[in-house]
Design a binder for this molecule. Structure first.
Ligand code: 6R9
Length: 658
């Protein structure tokens, strides 16, 4: 996003007085900016002490660690945290709370159809996790195996995550909006042995043929031994024994007890595929202790978690936000987490606010795209609901424009809640730049300041030099390792090095542009690489281009991100066709992308053209296409390297007329 918020007069919002009033709200863990600064300073100057202490405070260790951090910084990607330590993620999320607080609600499941909700206590969750874990164990799953999870937003999905973790198996969750081709690729890359799925999914009143998609995917996955199917709707679905097994039948066979497999701090906890600059998605690997510590500590401080809170994150468990802030963060803290199966507009645009009022949610976390959508529907949908339980309202996934921020603050938060605009990535594991709700004065559109232990730097993208001081603009990198950072790309460590550690020697590179204003506030500008952010979903232009080229009629394709009021960005594609394929319908090409990646990646527009702008060495000049689509054809910049300038007016005409 190129909006320049720097140096224009943006209002600063102080911490709402209600948050600091002990009669109305629990006392924030960090209730003054000086306290933040003090702890932050310690965390940067003496990370060993800071992380050593918090790791003991927030996690249960079956065997204590001796060293906090080892490795060569960012040179080889060999950083290791708490390396002698041993623990288990599911024990930390469930057992330790079930032992002291068995009747406390762990999960509130808010099903797609309003009126259907269910509370699951820590005691019940422990039983469910044990039952599934022992089932998986009987099926031969053991420490280090990869299990694919392709599930709708049901409590059993959480059980699936934790059952894998209980055995030391690595979960690889694939967002249930991905197509069968995309699921197949992810299963193959991770050599998953088993898929956990459901018969169908329900979302926004629509039924999704989940099991059918899995069947198509696993046809070409020889590593898959079993498909374990949870019954969500009860419809008749294709079922092929002995490969397929019903969840409810299998778990009944076993006693609900399964001891946790104690793993090393640096053993992998999960893989999550994410898009980068190239066509092939990367299996980002997170390890156990560091990730859990990042999830636990950020959840505690960024959402200022207290014992009686009811916390609701509206993301999907298939993305990192769902991993860290629906499941691990809240459960590690012994909290109550809302699992929302539906959409913000089903059955009406009041749904979020009905859910907040019904469950008395205290912290609410969603994405700018949802905020913009609901703002467009108007305030009436919000104002009839009692939102007085809310203290903290969060935003994540993309830059939030000040208009949407202010609407969120005023209409949803009634000027009585702190808006936490939280910046982070799949690779960072947990939030890295964010306000702290009881301490940080906020500015609409700024993620404000670094979280504890995060040492952000702004680099000049050309020289790689650090730009010090305020009023700086450049790309965002991080100078020191932090516990929840991804350790590698699955079976592809050189790609990890190339993507994150090599672009700027000595730093972790985020791929985002950033500014630091006169007051030291950080403003995330958006990606500087070939990643497009559509409604907070990360897509790579190369990935969509490869999907298009797989279509028999397509000769070449170029994909760009175009600014969109609602979704942040949307996808536009240019394609040239092979000879004798001129009759190809644009709709077929859109279907092609839906098939190869998933509906959420479908281009908004596809322009069929005779040629694409290219350099003399044959590189497609996407920059020119971007300018033409955004109506800036008069500012195409340096055209000296273009090989075929005569196509420019043709492209301009094509874009205008479609
Ligand atoms: C958590 C998540 C990461 C990319 C990231 C950036 C964008 C996320 C943001 C934000 C501005 C925020 N992003 N949060 N941009 N302000 N508060 O979204 O992870 O799916 O890996 O996406 O999302 O561009 O690099 P992921």
């Amino acid at each position: 996003m190129s909006t320049d918020h720097m140096n224009i007069d943006i209002h600063t919002y102080q911490v709402p007085s209600r948050l600091l009033d002990s009669k109305k709200c629990p006392k924030p863990h960090i209730d003054a900016i000086e306290k933040y600064k003090q702890l932050y300073e310690e965390s940067i100057k003496d990370p060993q002490t800071f992380w050593g202490r918090t790791a003991k405070e927030l996690l249960h260790w079956h065997k204590p660690f001796e060293t906090v951090l080892t490795g060569s910084g960012f040179e080889y990607g060999d950083v290791a945290w708490f390396r002698e330590g041993e623990l288990n993620a599911s024990y930390n999320c469930v057992d330790r709370h079930a032992l002291v607080n068995p009747k406390k609600t762990a999960i509130i499941y808010e099903a797609d159809e309003p009126g259907n909700s269910r509370h699951i206590t820590y005691e019940e969750l422990l039983r469910d996790v044990c039952r599934l874990a022992i089932t998986l164990k009987e099926l031969g799953i053991k420490k280090g195996d990869t299990v694919a999870i392709y599930m709708p937003m049901v409590p059993e999905a959480v059980v699936a995550f934790l059952a894998c973790a209980r055995l030391g198996a690595v979960h690889s969750v694939v967002f249930a909006g991905f197509s069968s081709d995309a699921l197949r690729d992810r299963i193959q890359d991770a050599s998953s042995r088993l898929v956990i799925t459901s018969d169908e999914g329900m979302r926004g009143g629509k039924t999704i043929s989940t099991k059918k998609i899995v069947d198509d995917a696993v046809k070409d996955c020889p590593t898959i031994e079993h498909v374990l199917v949870f019954r969500r709707t009860g419809s008749d679905v294709p079922f092929s024994a002995p490969r397929d097994l019903w969840w409810h039948e299998e778990i009944e066979k076993h006693r609900p007890y399964c001891p946790p497999e104690i793993v090393n701090a640096e053993d992998p906890l999960f893989l999550l595929y994410t898009s980068g600059s190239t066509g092939k998605p990367k299996g980002v690997l997170h390890t156990t202790a560091g990730y859990l510590l990042g999830a636990a500590i950020t959840f505690k401080y960024v959402f200022d978690y207290h014992e009686n809170d009811i916390y609701g994150c509206m993301a999907d468990i298939g993305w990192i936000t769902g991993h860290t802030y629906i499941i691990y963060g809240p459960l590690l803290n012994g909290g109550t987490t809302v699992l929302f199966e539906s959409t913000p507009v089903y059955p009406t645009p009041s749904r979020y606010w009905e859910v907040v009022a019904k469950h008395k949610i205290t912290q609410f976390y969603t994405a700018p795209t949802a905020i913009r959508l609901l703002r467009r529907y108007g305030n009436d949908y919000v104002k009839d609901h009692d939102l007085s339980s809310l203290r903290i309202i969060g935003s994540v996934g993309e830059p939030i424009n000040p208009e949407a921020w202010e609407w969120y603050y005023e209409v949803v938060g009634r000027k009585e809640c702190t808006v936490v605009d939280t910046y982070w990535q799949t690779e960072t594991g947990s939030i890295i730049i964010t306000p702290l709700p009881g301490a940080t004065a906020t500015k609409p559109g700024s993620a404000t300041f670094p979280f504890f232990g995060i040492d952000p730097v702004i680099l000049d993208p050309t020289t790689g030099e650090e730009i010090k001081g305020n009023n700086a603009e450049g790309v965002l990198a991080v100078r020191q390792p932090w516990p929840s950072m991804a350790r590698t790309v699955y079976k592809n460590h050189h790609r990890y090095l190339d993507t994150y550690l090599k672009p700027f020697k000595g730093y972790y590179f985020t791929g985002d542009g950033v500014g630091r204003d006169n007051d030291g506030y950080y403003w995330i500008r958006g990606r500087v690489d070939d990643v497009i952010n559509v409604s907070g979903h990360r897509l790579s232009t190369a990935e969509i281009e490869s999907a298009l080229i797989l279509h028999h009629a397509v000769a070449e394709a170029a994909v760009i991100g175009v600014a969109d009021e609602l979704t942040g960005q949307c996808v536009h594609a240019f394609a040239t066709l092979k000879p004798n394929e001129e009759k190809t319908d644009v709709k077929d090409l859109i279907l092609q992308v839906r098939k190869v990646i998933g509906p959420f990646a479908a281009p908004r527009k596809i322009y069929i053209v005779n040629d694409l702008p290219k350099t003399r060495s044959g590189k497609i000049m996407r920059r020119i296409l971007r300018k033409i689509v955004s109506g800036e054809a008069d500012q195409l910049g340096d055209l000296s390297t273009i090989n075929n300038p005569s196509i420019i007016p043709v492209l301009i005409e094509k874009v205008k007329s479609s």
